[in-house]
Design a protein around this ligand. Structure first.
Ligand code: CUO
Length: 663
């Protein structure tokens, strides 16, 4: 007999149930009232117009890269955003949930929760738990089903989720599968696109501060991080992909869609792109359209201006240029001219994700590249995004290098930067770690108790930065401390030139700090990084009940779920030690600061995600000072007095440790 365990249950008016459930209504009512501590009557509502979202079959797959699906999501987001109050919002959510495709519903509901004023702090369930089939081997889910069916909760042992199962070890790309298929990486990417949706009726949902620039920067950093992981594994840097040649890399995801109960389609090696004609998703686009859009984008960069629909132009000069270009290339609804510049980046995701069945001849759905939840698993994601990043880099190459004046801060010099960890000074240690993840929530048997899975992922040992700084002014000042890291050599052992190294600079942290007169030392924990979210927000599933361990972390999983997973802050390194350059720059906070109130805002992973309802908390270009070219051959020639570097080594130990909760 089901137990509701003290939870509140909702009694729905008959009008809420879709026809398919009508015969079950009496049974459901009886079930709800028999065992629950409290039953709440849900009020009647005026049924919303769901004509558009209902066009997506309940068992189909949803992709925001498909324009028709985007229109459906827009309509549903509009309905949920326009609920007059929280009660009506909840009623609408209940009404829609029973009718609408689950992936579409989850996306629209999450966007609405993140953007309504009255839903701040409401917890969005972790996507990895709701749709585990998008993150882990289906075999594990089968084991979980069996465990729940056969064993009592205290007899269930955690199920091991295999780490390497999508290709054989002799496939070179498999060496970086631990990064591509990491749950935290994929959750971050999904969450970023949720926080920065590309389309909505209400423009304020899309038009967040510097979202176009953040689209460029966040993805640029993913590519830089991935290239470093490749170097650590004896692979060369990513080769950009522009849809013109066959894709050399295959990808066989071996995952099942929960919604449609079918396997995600694979892509064989050397798959060629063809024109897309998919009536099932109302997509008809030729490759030549994409090439024309690309020419138009390159022309806009060359001219430093965008052509507007009416024939006018918009300049790409100045601070706003990169933001305009980000929205144009992506393309979000803020693109100044979608007709002329197309849906370029989204279109690439579509072409690649349907490349196994471009005409719907075999009735196959899109592959992992068609969904931000799964796209980062596929090696071609990094190739397509390197191509996209090259367009942004082309734009940045048109901007003048920063002058010494723009880089220096007179009176403040950085004498040294270093790290201290258990591995010793100037050394960092990485290894594997095992963490727990709840598997039951997406498996329709939550009422029978939980079952845990354990995943193995890369991690690093905590460390502390030590920065020596000197202030020769007559009073204390406040500085913005900018920490980056890049390799010194490529996979072949060649020393990197400045231009190569600056594109591989990964941001580690950015924070403000007082700088007293004279010489002082700044100490900063790696755990406090502005790039990452804490471990508990990736592997969050401890409790949904107030008072129990993990509840507070669960409650923070809304906007705050966006952020690079902390366990991947540091690249893997190598057993013998991988050489990196640590870089520190301190700039004048008075010139960088954005005057705003941050109280209560979720701001601990602002570097890649911004801050909810606030401006991006740094006036400088994202990636500064490495976002532009410079007339330096090597990094040393670029340095000004307020910068310092040091050589560090990342040593990887091929051992697995269990995660220790620190609280
Ligand atoms: Cu995030 Cu292409 O934008 O995946």
């Amino acid at each position: 007999m089901p137990k509701c365990e003290g939870k509140v249950h909702f009694r729905l008016p008959a009008s809420y149930y879709p026809d398919k459930y009508k015969t079950a209504i009496d049974f459901v009512k009886d079930w709800i009232t028999r065992d629950c501590d409290e039953t709440v009557d849900v009020p009647e509502i005026q049924p919303p117009d769901l004509t558009l979202p209902l066009q997506l079959d309940f068992y189909d797959e949803f992709s925001m890269f498909v324009p028709a699906h985007r229109e459906m999501a827009k309509s549903l987001i509009h309905i949920l955003m326009n609920a007059k109050n929280l009660e009506e919002f909840q009623c609408l959510a209940i009404f829609c949930q029973m009718r609408i495709n689950p992936s579409l519903f989850n996306y629209a509901l999450s966007v609405a929760i993140l953007n309504r004023k009255d839903t701040k702090g409401i917890n969005i369930p972790s996507f990895a738990e709701l749709f585990p089939g998008k993150f882990i081997d289906p075999w594990v889910l089968e084991c979980a089903r069996k465990a729940v069916a056969i064993l009592l909760p205290d007899q269930r042992k955690p199920i091991t989720i295999p780490q390497n199962y999508t290709a054989a070890s002799f496939e070179p790309e498999q060496r970086v599968a631990y990064f591509r298929e990491d749950i935290g990486v994929n959750l971050h990417h999904w969450h970023w696109h949720l926080v920065y949706p590309m389309d909505a009726n209400d423009l304020s949902i899309i038009d967040k501060d510097r979202r176009g620039e953040l689209f460029y920067y966040m993805h640029q950093q993913i590519i830089a991080r991935y290239n470093i992981e490749r170097y650590c594994n004896n692979l060369s840097h990513v080769v950009p992909y522009d849809l013109k040649s066959p894709i050399e890399e295959g990808y066989f995801p071996k995952m099942n869609s929960k919604v449609a109960s079918r396997a995600w389609p694979p892509r064989f090696t050397n798959t060629t792109m063809y024109n897309l004609d998919r009536p099932d998703v109302q997509v008809r686009i030729d490759l030549s359209d994409m090439f024309r859009y690309r020419d138009n984008i390159e022309q806009a960069i060359e001219n430093m201006e965008v052509i507007l629909p009416g024939g006018g132009t918009m300049s790409l000069e100045g601070d706003k240029g990169i933001d305009v270009l980000g929205n144009l290339i992506e393309a979000s609804a803020l693109s100044p001219n979608k007709g002329y510049y197309g849906d370029y980046h989204n279109g690439g995701h579509l072409f690649i994700s349907y490349s196994h069945d471009p005409e719907n001849r075999y009735l196959e759905k899109f592959a992992v590249m068609g969904d931000p939840t799964t796209a980062m698993r596929d090696p071609v994601f990094y190739r397509w995004h390197t191509h996209i990043d090259n367009l942004f880099q082309l734009y940045k190459s048109k901007l003048p290098p920063y002058t010494k004046n723009e880089l220096e801060w007179s009176g403040v010099s950085v004498h040294s930067v270093g790290v201290e960890s258990a591995a010793g000074a100037s050394a960092l240690r990485t290894q594997w770690e095992r963490s727990a993840l709840r598997l039951d929530r997406g498996l329709d048997f939550a009422k029978l108790g939980s079952v845990l899975g354990t995943v193995t992922h890369l991690t690093h040992h905590d460390f502390v930065y030590a920065i020596t700084v000197e202030n020769t002014r007559v009073h204390e000042v406040t500085g913005t401390v900018r920490l980056f890291m890049a390799p010194t050599q490529n996979d072949k052992g060649d020393w990197l030139k400045f231009e190569e190294q600056r594109r591989l600079m990964i941001e580690l942290d950015k924070f403000t700090h007082p700088i007293p007169v004279g010489r002082s030392t700044i100490s900063r924990r790696s755990l406090d990084s502005s790039v990452t979210i804490p471990y508990d927000r990736t592997f969050r599933p401890q409790s949904e009940r107030p008072g129990e361990p993990g509840f507070a972390e669960a409650a923070a999983f809304d906007f705050c779920g966006c952020g690079w997973p902390h366990h991947l802050l540091i690249p893997k390194g190598t057993a013998s030690g991988f050489a990196m350059t640590l870089f520190c720059m301190i700039t004048n906070w008075e010139e960088d600061r954005v005057a705003q109130d941050l109280v209560g805002a979720c701001n601990d992973a602002a570097s890649y995600c911004g801050i909810r309802d606030r401006k991006y908390p740094d006036r400088r270009a994202m990636g500064f000072p490495f976002d532009r070219r410079a007339p330096a051959n090597v990094l040393k020639e670029f340095l000004t007095l307020n910068m310092a570097t040091s050589d560090i080594i990342i040593r990887f130990k091929d051992e697995i440790r269990d995660h220790q909760n620190k609280d």
